[in-house]
Design a protein around this ligand. Structure first.
Ligand code: 3H9
Length: 700
């Protein structure tokens, strides 16, 4: 080829005889920011006006085709040309345009393909319309053009699931026309030549009609009303696709545009985009970027639920594991749990069935701690007892090879004290996994005073390898997540003591977006865990603190630990869950004992108090430097505690309320309990300066 014209910094045209290539080069993912949009528009217009070209192929430079609109532009004033206008211009082109897609063609990227006159995928391609995960809908023609190409059920699935569809499936559905092997530019040359010669069929998507499928639309709408009642975008997506069946493309596009702008204006969009960038920003700290130590073999001490889950997670990531237990029975149980977990992963499609045996073969159970001599990382996952842990770390110190990293999966205990039990505290850190550890994505990387920088970097590298979201946390009781949980958990208990029922608290918070209310979570996790913690801490409890455990203690004294015993706050019989009537009696008795006259709380009161409690402690966690940035707290709550993703996290949510209002609320609540409700200094300062947690994230 010859003749390369740079349309602008990101878009170039290459012309050879009667074909032309347009290359998009906007690393890392060729997002369609303003310059890409303008460049594409100008390139197509220029080729049209110059004449002589019979076919155009558009391809992307680098590792992927276009990953969509530039998400960083969302929420800012729009800069013309709008993406739909660019794609309409491409579709209207008299010269046939072929899209050559490799890597991932997502959102606006896939929509570019849909607006072209033919779509060629390169092997390994995945296409997707993931806008729904950002609180949006495909806003550059996706909801209108995809149903025309692939029919309504496939379009509904792609737009609502946001999943990345493998090329072969897209080909079979009619969403792409051809699948080829090769480098994008080479494939582009061939495709343009074929289009010019008429051996690659080209046509305008707008000229196709949609096969109606009112049943599929109605069924989907009905299901969404039940399962995604709190979300905005999914319902709008169905409306857009419904419109596609009834109107010409231009009207459908207009409808889609308006619906897209409505989505753009919702707080859900802001929350979900905060989550998108937050998930990536947690590892965007200097400590995470340093050189990591190589990890080729992991030792895990303890074959209980946590240890087995961590072992499963490592095995699924291809890391050999040596599992240590003290007695054969415990070891057998651990191996059985891991085997069950791996079988579950096969069933859920997370592990190909033919890899099952090889994956399990990487597990070496042992009763001898000495067998940890050759591992690169040990994760201790025994029960929460400082004496036991320090003894184990003392032993590890004598067994582990130089440079091995020693980690504790403690959820509350002082990692400095654990590290001090060894002669090499620089090699010690906390790796706090969440149960079930092979499913939950959060990993708190707890950095103790003497933890070496490359040990921290290794923690982040491990999180990435295990496909987890690693968040740096400092040492304190409960680190980021459990420290905050301990605080807002008390508020749930106070609400019940003061007049709400556990079911009302759960329902109000589920209405806010939590998958489960705190009492259901307690029943699921096991009420005995909190009971043991309260007993352990009884001696050090602040006498000024109002005791929150009275009801839960009584429930535990009955031997009701939640789901595992069939009874807790609720009674569990098969799929049937109903409130435990004895709990109502216990609550009444405890209120009487404490001289409380129960009062009414609205669902809004419940949400406000619970969320204000959570935000207060979250703010203190930032203030104390336990979390480096507000976004770190947000990601911990999102990935480890079931916080509704569409609300972005507690501190993102706090910004939507504003510091001044939060201070006002805390001061009002403090009239009842000045010990529990204290205004964090950081929040007071923010209220005075009018600043936000988002400002802090930006400044960090
Ligand atoms: C849309 O298209 C709307 C339209 O329908 C209508 C418009 C009118 N924009 O994830 P990675 C950054 S909505 C800006 O680590 P990977 C990302 O932050 C969009 N930046 O790599 C990161 O930056 P940094 C629909 C973006 O290989 C870097 O690129 N599209 C965008 O693991 C690398 O990303 C989506 O929702 C973007 N669109 O995964 C796709 N995408 O290095 C979102 C990425 O500074 N993207 N960045 O941290 C993805 O799913 C993944 O990034 C992808 C690559 C699979 C592409």
């Amino acid at each position: 080829m010859s003749d390369i014209h740079q349309v602008n910094d990101l878009i170039s045209i290459e012309v050879d005889g009667d074909i032309a290539l347009i290359c998009i080069d906007n690393p890392p993912v060729n997002a369609t920011g303003q310059a890409v949009r303008q460049g594409l528009y100008d390139a197509v217009a220029r080729l049209a006006s110059e004449g002589g070209v019979k076919a155009i192929a558009i391809y992307g430079a680098g590792r992927t085709f276009v990953a969509g609109a530039d998400i960083k532009e969302f929420g800012k004033p729009p800069q013309p040309p709008a993406l739909p206008d660019v794609y309409n211009r491409i579709e209207a082109s008299e010269i046939p345009v072929v899209a050559i897609m490799h890597g991932t063609a997502l959102g606006g990227g896939f929509e570019l393909g849909l607006a072209a006159h033919a779509r060629v995928g390169i092997e390994g391609l995945r296409v997707g319309l993931p806008e729904v995960a950002l609180g949006l809908l495909p806003g550059a023609g996706g909801t209108q053009r995809l149903p025309r190409l692939s029919g309504i059920p496939f379009a509904l699935d792609m737009c609502l699931s946001g999943r990345h569809v493998p090329a072969q499936e897209a080909l079979e559905a009619g969403a792409i026309d051809r699948l080829e092997a090769g480098e994008p530019r080479d494939v582009a040359i061939r495709a343009a030549q074929d289009a010019a010669a008429g051996t690659l069929k080209t046509r305008r998507t707008c000229d196709l009609t949609v096969t109606p499928d009112d049943d599929a639309l109605e069924r989907t709408a009905e299901k969404l009303r039940k399962t995604q009642a709190l979300l905005f975008a999914p319902h709008k997506i169905v409306e857009c696709i419904r419109t596609a069946t009834k109107t010409p493309l231009s009207e459908g596009l207009q409808f889609e545009r308006e619906a897209f702008m409505e989505c753009m204006d919702t707080p859900q969009r802001a929350g979900l985009i905060h989550a998108f960038f937050g998930e990536r920003a947690v590892s965007n700290i200097p400590e995470a970027k340093g050189e990591a130590r190589p990890i080729d073999k992991v030792g895990i001490i303890g074959g209980g639920t946590m240890g087995s889950g961590i072992a499963t997670s490592c095995l699924l990531a291809g890391l050999p594991v040596r599992l240590i237990e003290v007695a054969q029975e415990g070891l057998d149980r651990g191996v059985a749990t891991i085997t069950g977990n791996i079988d579950g992963a096969v069933k859920r499609g997370k592990l190909p069935a033919d890899k099952r045996d090889a994956t399990l073969a990487m597990l070496e159970p042992s009763l001898a701690m000495e067998d940890l001599a050759d591992v690169d990382l040990v994760v201790e996952a025994v029960f929460e007892d400082m004496g036991v842990k320090t003894e184990i770390f003392g032993k590890l110190d004598t067994i582990c090879k130089p440079g091995a990293i020693m980690a504790s999966n403690t959820s509350y205990l002082d990692v400095n004290e654990i590290a001090a039990a060894t002669s090499r505290p620089a090699d010690v850190l906390g790796l706090h996994f969440f149960s079930p550890a092979h499913v939950m994505r959060l990993l708190e990387i707890v950095v103790a005073d003497k933890t070496a920088p490359d040990v921290v970097a290794t923690g982040f590298a491990l999180a990435k390898r295990l496909k987890k979201v690693g968040v740096r946390a400092g040492v304190c009781d409960g680190f980021i997540g459990n420290r905050i949980l301990s605080h807002y958990g008390k508020e749930a208990a106070y609400l019940v003591l003061d007049g709400a029922t556990p079911q009302q608290v759960d329902a109000a918070l589920e209405g806010f977006g939590f998958a489960m209310g705190p009492h259901k979570v307690g029943d699921l996790a096991g009420l005995d865990i909190g009971w043991a913690t309260r007993k352990r801490k009884a001696g050090t409890r602040d006498p000024n603190e109002r005791y929150s455990g009275a009801v839960a203690d009584r429930i535990c004294e009955e031997g009701w630990f939640g789901r595992k015993t069939g009874k807790g706050y609720y009674i569990y019989e098969g799929k049937d869950i109903r409130p435990n009537p004895d709990v109502a009696r216990i609550i009444e008795e405890e209120r009487e004992k404490a001289g409380i006259t129960p009062r009414e709380f609205t669902d809004q009161d419940i949400v406000d108090r619970y969320m204000t409690a959570m935000i207060s402690e979250a703010a203190r966690v930032v203030e104390d430097g336990i979390a480096k940035r507000p976004l770190d707290v947000d990601m911990v709550l999102l990935f480890g505690y079931g916080f509704p993703r569409f609300r972005g996290g507690p501190l993102h949510y706090a910004d939507t309320i504003g510091a001044a209002e939060l201070v006002r609320r805390i001061e009002t609540y403090a009239k009842e309990d000045a010990h529990y409700w204290q205004v964090p200094d950081i929040l007071r300062r923010m209220a005075e300066d009018g600043t936000t947690f988002a400002d802090m994230d930006k400044g960090a």
